[in-house]
Design a protein around this ligand. Sequence first.
Ligand code: NDP
Length: 234
Amino acid sequence: MSRSVLVTGGNRGIGLAIARALAADGDRVAITYRSGEPPADLLGVRCDVTDPASLDEALGTVTDRHGPVQVLVANAGITRDTLLATMSEDDFTAVLDANLTGTFRVTRRVVRGMVKARYGRVLAVSSVVGLQGAAGQTNYAAAKAGMVGFVRSLARELGSRGITANALAPGFVDTDMTAVLSDRQRTAALAGIPLGRAASATEIARVARFLVSEDAAYITGALVPVDGGMGMGH
Ligand code: NDP
């Protein structure tokens, strides 16, 4: 079955790897991008998840081109790391807005179609940090933990309509987001990973692909770690 898929923040990093994995399976995949050129092999819709009007426009295009979204991967996210004592109100609210409220905005806009179709897959890209916490990331951890509560509530609201809602918790993944870390920060992060290395975006994508597949039809409300053992026990 070829499904209409939307991956927010699918122009690079983990989102792009997920988008390409699903496109390789034959799904009709759209991705959001904010600037520059989207990857030529996918339908790119310009969209900022913090801007409701741009989401409305993007979803209009996706629906016209691919039909109502059947699979949503809410992946767009940012960090603004700093210790709480030096964190501005804007550092906090911007991270909540992009990660958590952005997930709310896009999910709310696509679930009506899923309910009508009595089929849907919602996958939110959370983080190991959501439940484990990380010094310097009170904003990001709060947002990522919020995403877990969000999908679990959604799983309960919409399970009877054939819709699953899950969260993925990657650990340390080699993307632009982690490329900005200092060598010292990177070494410290790797020291806390039993597998002793970072993940590639492709390794995250393989699990995402499973969670939105028919093989995962009976998995909902789950927080699935893909973290090399980093968050064991959460
Ligand atoms: P990148 O920084 O490489 O990519 C982030 C993506 O999110 C980009 O496509 C970016 O678009 C998009 N994005 C950010 N803000 C917005 C916005 N307001 N509206 C629309 N799109 C936006 O990060 P990763 O690929 O590493 O991260 C993807 C997800 O995985 C994030 O949610 C992140 O928190 C999570 N994650 C990452 C981990 C890691 O180690 N890398 C670990 C755990 C979770 P643009 O190109 O326009 O900036």
